[in-house]
Write a protein that binds this ligand. Sequence first.
Ligand SMILES: NC(=O)c1ccc[n+]([C@@H]2O[C@H](COP(=O)([O-])OP(=O)(O)OC[C@H]3O[C@@H](n4cnc5c(N)ncnc54)[C@H](OP(=O)(O)O)[C@@H]3O)[C@@H](O)[C@H]2O)c1
Length: 257
Amino acid sequence: MPNQTDRPGDGRLALITGASSGIGEALAVRLAAHGWRVVAAARRRAALEALAERASGPGRIIPQVLDVTDADAFAALVTTVEADHGEIDTVILNAGDYEPVRLDELDAAVFERLIRVNYLGTVNGLAACLPAMRRRGRGQVLVMGSLSAYRGLPRAAAYGSTKAAVLSLAESLRPEAERAGIALRVVSPGFVKSRLTERNDFRMPQLMDPADAAAAIHAGIDGNGFEVFFPRRLGWTLKLLRLLPYRLYFALMRRLA
Ligand SMILES: NC(=O)c1ccc[n+]([C@@H]2O[C@H](COP(=O)([O-])OP(=O)(O)OC[C@H]3O[C@@H](n4cnc5c(N)ncnc54)[C@H](OP(=O)(O)O)[C@@H]3O)[C@@H](O)[C@H]2O)c1
């Protein structure tokens, strides 16, 4: 019997946003290698087409250009994909952006950019894919959060608040989604090597490769729990930090800021 991480897709259809690089790209490659048909969406057409060519069977990758900040385009994409390829079984709302921010360089435009992609892009994805899933009474949606969603962290004023919003959004909708037969879950990664973490000038504990992040997400697909988090040690540490009273919490954070 295959172990959880090697579970075959058997031709099921997944839609992954932000699949042109990083975690989304690695997940698309991994799912296609395990027999999924993967709709890989992002803005950079050339990167998506190169990805589709590189994918090795038994599944395949179907490139689709999408800007997740465009709600109408997102809804139209879901309708077209379902008409052309059938029912979307699993949606992974992974598209995201990041910018570290310091107190002396607060720029409202950065906050707006991140909230539009990370949070409103996720809302657009949910609004686009949930109606058909509700009609069918089945489906699975994973939204991309972050371990930085748990508490405010130095330099994460813009990014962390978008991920806290995504976490709250998923927690709020989960019970009703469950009643409608839809599994709505959050993925909370720690640090993963990508174009986004290249912008960090500090030491990133337990930095992971995108392929390992993709394996952890793949293992979480079809799971029962609400959250897929990794790496486990950093995740549990941050969960404990969440319990600290402010005096102790800020005593620790002052050393990182
Ligand atoms: N790396 C980490 O340490 C880490 C940790 C926790 C959470 N995450 C989350 O993981 C997700 C993937 O990030 P990554 O680290 O893999 O970075 P990445 O390589 O930069 O991937 C981000 C993806 O999002 C896409 N994207 C950005 N804006 C978009 C838009 N408006 N519409 C459609 N697609 C858009 C990008 O493609 P195009 O430019 O082609 O559109 C790219 O494919 C993000 O949500 C990020 O916040 C990452």
